[in-house]
Write a protein that binds this ligand. Structure first.
Ligand code: NAI
Length: 677
């Protein structure tokens, strides 16, 4: 008997099989909720009902596209309750992922049987929400408070095997349907519904201690704490606590944090499908060459090996090749030590890897990524060699940070096969990949680069060519604005404190100390001749470099570092240097509040982002925001600077930018989007 096109009910003897079929992930959209509600009525008369899903997965979440509109009946908590209250007990038969609403449905069933490796989780926290259909109330009753905190406050996905140990799954079976039939054949007494169970005793200070730990980790994001609060309600009767959970869930849907996180979720998917490559088939790349095995090359090679590619790493000589091999092995072994990789996987990866000092070994690679010194002629020589040894349609990519790829590839005959692949350090960890596209692009090459990025588990964002591409160009504007603040009265620790409070993992000065001040200094020197003479140029960073204060690596930069420590300590020498600079410039230093610092720097980021879009370097605001989130640690729960600017209002952001522009006349180009507001 069919209930809705998305949920069907079929009787096999006295067993009713209820199947959800709502591709791609069987989300709990309106039709599924209605179908399930009808199904509970339809199974009446059966001895037992089995709830399963067609396709690759059980219900793997809600339909986020419905979250912006008012909720439509039947509401999920009512459907979940109806399943739990059904006279006919339900067995959940699960595979793939059981997430969010799917897990809430699963917990309302009398028994849970899952295929090995099935993933269970409440990922609502990742989109700024708490579950709204009993998830935070049933989970602690099912698996205990500690495990419920671990899952709901982080969105962590547990495998069926682990959940079974915690009592959350009754049986893990290679063939879950067969296991269901075995259970049905000898059906035990129906267990007490999860909502009616008591939460097992837990340490009295567990909630408070978890709150402190979460606060530290969340860096301003509220949803982990919201989940903890809701979990705490589970010691109250379900009938009073669950409506509180539902009400809070609905309130949070309207919160800026949830809006930002949902925006980021969709933006992440959208940027990997830019209009330039819609419908364009990509080549499948399986063998790559990486030239240069230093910091970046070793990270890139590791990312490629982790993505299942075979990698030939080319270095200058045998010693450098051996050093590069050690670096890559070290990174892979690090993953084994942290339990992220098995010994067998390590062996597979090493078997797919060789480090050499001859370009002839790159002959069979389909794509090469160059990561040698940031020097135009060195890079040109590398591509000369690669072009001679590789096939004429092999893709040639540079990881340059600041050089113009058109100059790097000037002597390569076929420019259409050339591209920039700009990774971020550490390249095997950071998720951003800027795919730098020159005017003579081939859409097929771009599509191939994006597909390669996906294999390497990167978020690929297309960038046109300009100084610093999207990310480092924004970083340069951000740092320039921060330096103006220093010159006008702020100190590095204040700027860093303000940006951390906003949710950045680090302020701009701590970050410079961490990554080193030299590369940006070299770039400033290189560009000195082209600098707009009207632009205000603050020399404080240059002075630090002249004093060899290059950052953490040498124990001093914007801060001082005790031997062996990474904790920045305010340095009176630097602060005196800053004050002396203001003095020399005739500037009367003034006080900036943390809020003023923050609003100025964010306005500058949004302005530069808007200019980058106006200049045709980035396709849209989503691209800019993804660069900031995945390359620079901009808080995801703020959605990126462009989303943040929209959230606070473009006119407010424009007013902040005008203040910045007035304080340093001649130094800022205003984006049309802000200027006209
Ligand atoms: P690095 O100095 O750590 O490594 C460069 C490596 O290239 C060295 O191992 C060197 O032996 C090798 N090399 C030099 N000339 C070579 C040649 N002709 N043939 C083969 N190998 C050669 O430098 P790093 O930091 O890895 O940077 C490499 C490139 O990546 C630069 O273009 C840099 O601008 C870019 N980049 C750097 C980032 C960073 O955070 N360090 C981030 C993104 C890009």
């Amino acid at each position: 008997m069919s209930q809705s096109s998305l949920v069907s009910v079929e009787f096999k003897g006295d067993v009713a099989w209820v199947t959800i079929d709502n591709p791609p992930v069987n989300a709990t959209s309106t039709g599924v909720r209605q179908g399930l509600s009808d199904a509970v009525d339809a199974v009446k008369g059966a001895r037992v009902a089995v709830l399963c899903c067609a396709g690759k997965t059980f219900v793997a979440g809600g339909d986020m596209s419905e979250f912006d509109a008012p909720p439509v009946e039947p509401h999920l908590p009512d459907v979940v309750q109806k399943i739990e209250d059904s006279e006919v007990p339900f067995i959940a038969c699960m595979h793939g992922n059981v997430l969010g609403g799917g897990f809430e449905i699963g917990m309302a069933c009398a028994w849970r049987i899952a295929a090995p490796g099935t993933g269970f989780g409440l990922p609502e926290v990742n989109v700024g929400l708490i579950p709204g259909a009993g998830g935070t109330q049933r989970l602690p009753r099912l698996v205990g408070m500690q495990a419920a905190i671990d899952m709901a406050c982080s969105g962590k996905i547990l495998k069926a095997e682990t959940l079974a140990e915690l009592g959350g799954v009754d049986r893990v079976a290679e063939d879950p349907r067969a296991a269901v039939l075995e259970l049905v054949a000898d059906l035990p007494e129906r267990p007490i519904p999860v909502s009616q169970r008591a939460v097992a005793e837990f340490a009295p200070d567990l909630l408070e201690a978890s709150r402190e730990a979460l606060k530290k980790r969340a860096k301003g994001q509220k949803s982990p704490l919201e989940n903890l609060t809701a979990l705490g309600w589970s010691v109250e009767p379900f009938a009073t606590a669950q409506p509180k959970e539902r009400a809070r869930h609905l309130e949070l849907r309207q919160s800026p944090e949830s809006r930002a996180l949902r925006y980021a979720f969709f933006a992440e998917r959208a940027v990997s499908k830019p209009s330039l490559i819609k419908g364009v088939a990509a080549r499948d790349i399986t063998r790559i060459a990486v030239v240069g095995g230093g910091l970046m090359g070793a990270g890139i090679a590791t990312a490629a090996l982790n993505g299942g590619l075979s990698v030939t790493l080319i270095e200058r000589d045998a010693d450098a090749a051996a050093a590069a091999r050690n670096r890559v092995e070290g990174l892979l072994q690090g993953a084994v030590k942290r339990g992220k990789m098995s010994e067998a996987q390590l062996r597979d990866r090493l078997a797919a890897f060789r480090a050499v000092n001859s370009y002839a070994d790159a002959a069979d690679a389909e794509l090469a990524i160059e990561a040698v010194f940031e020097d135009l002629s060195v890079k040109q020589q590398v591509f000369d060699e690669l072009a001679r040894h590789m096939s004429s349609d092999a893709i040639l990519a540079t990881n340059t940070s600041y050089l113009d790829p058109r100059e790097i590839f000037a002597d390569v005959g076929n420019q259409a096969r050339c591209i920039g692949l700009h990774f971020f350090s550490p390249a095997h960890v950071m998720k951003l990949l800027e795919v730098v596209v020159a005017p003579q692009k081939s859409a097929e090459v771009v599509a191939t680069a994006v597909a390669l990025g996906k294999k390497l588990r990167k978020v690929s964002v297309l960038s046109g060519i300009c100084d610093g591409f999207i990310g480092n160009r924004m970083l340069a504007a951000y740092r320039r604005a921060a330096d103006y603040l220093l010159a006008d009265g702020a100190l590095p620790y204040q700027v860093d404190r303000a940006m951390r409070a906003f949710g950045m993992p680090m302020g701009p000065y701590e970050l410079q100390d961490l990554t080193g001040l030299q590369i940006a200094w070299a770039n400033r020197k290189r560009n000195a001749a082209n600098r707009d003479p009207n632009e205000r140029y603050v020399t404080i960073a240059d002075q630090l470099c002249q004093h060899e204060r290059f950052g953490q690596r040498v124990g001093k930069g914007w801060y001082r570092y005790e031997e062996g420590s990474r904790d920045p300590v305010r340095d009176p020498e630097v602060e005196a240097l800053i004050e002396a600079y203001s003095d020399q410039q005739g500037i009367t230093r003034k006080d900036f509040s943390d809020e003023e610092i923050c609003s100025r720097l964010l306005a500058v980021l949004a302005n530069e982002g808007a200019l980058i879009i106006e200049d045709g370097i980035a396709e849209n605001a989503e691209a800019v925001d993804m660069v900031q989130i995945h390359g620079y640690g901009f808080p995801r729960w703020r959605g990126g600077p462009m989303n943040y600017c929209n959230e606070i209002g473009i006119s407010r952001c424009a007013a902040n930018m005008l203040t910045v522009a007035k304080e340093s006349p001649g130094s800022w180009r205003l984006a049309g989007q802000l200027e006209n507001n």
